[in-house]
Write a protein that binds this ligand. Sequence first.
Ligand code: C5P
Length: 238
Amino acid sequence: MNNPLIIALDFPNKQDVFKFLELFQGEKLFLKVGMELFYQEGPPIIYELKEKEHQIFLDLKLHDIPNTVKSAMKGLAHLGCDLVNVHAAGGKEMMMAALEGLDAGTISGHKRPGCIAVTQLTSTTEEQMKREQLIGVSLEESVLQYALLAKESGLDGVVCSTHEVAMIRNQIGDSFWTVTPGIRLTEDNIHDQKRIATPEFARKNGATAIVVGRSITRAKEPFEIYQTIKKQWEGVLQ
Ligand code: C5P
């Protein structure tokens, strides 16, 4: 993966999406379609975005028994997405089944979509994890355990916070992708995110990709903010 800035299209319908994308005329983007949009618009939204030559991360965070995940992934691969994901909490057998499904569904002559695992959501704090999930180790250890499981299962990488990237790279290696949401410019509202950081911090810590939603989609001038974030991410602007 070529260190993309992935824009999270957290919109309720395709009208809002295409109105937003009018601001990015001519740009080939890496776009994340999540549950909100996909559950309303379904597969056609993926075809329409691919037709415009955007790359797509379909962020449905699958988490079910292995056979169900395998069958669902077969269908998602057929849509032609570039990247999909599962919850690492579903376990090794489930993650391996996800890959089998993707291999089976990939259209002949196309590349299998990348597959990454969500570790601990970036909206989760260590205190919350310990209290609600009864996980006794530190948040970092829990994230690392999930990342190791994902690696052993053959996945391409994980979704994690920028704060865990260096640890994961040290333990698992540089070729294992770390896709990091929870990105904010210093002056931004953090909303429901907890483990946040700036694009510059993400770059300095070696993240493979950043995922940015509301800082761009809810900005008064989305294209200008996109460019600022992109420059910080690429190290052109400090
Ligand atoms: O608006 P914001 O930049 O916080 O959006 C982050 C996006 O990344 C959302 O679409 C959210 O679903 C997604 N995400 C996340 N944390 C994860 C996995 C995905 O925030 N661990």
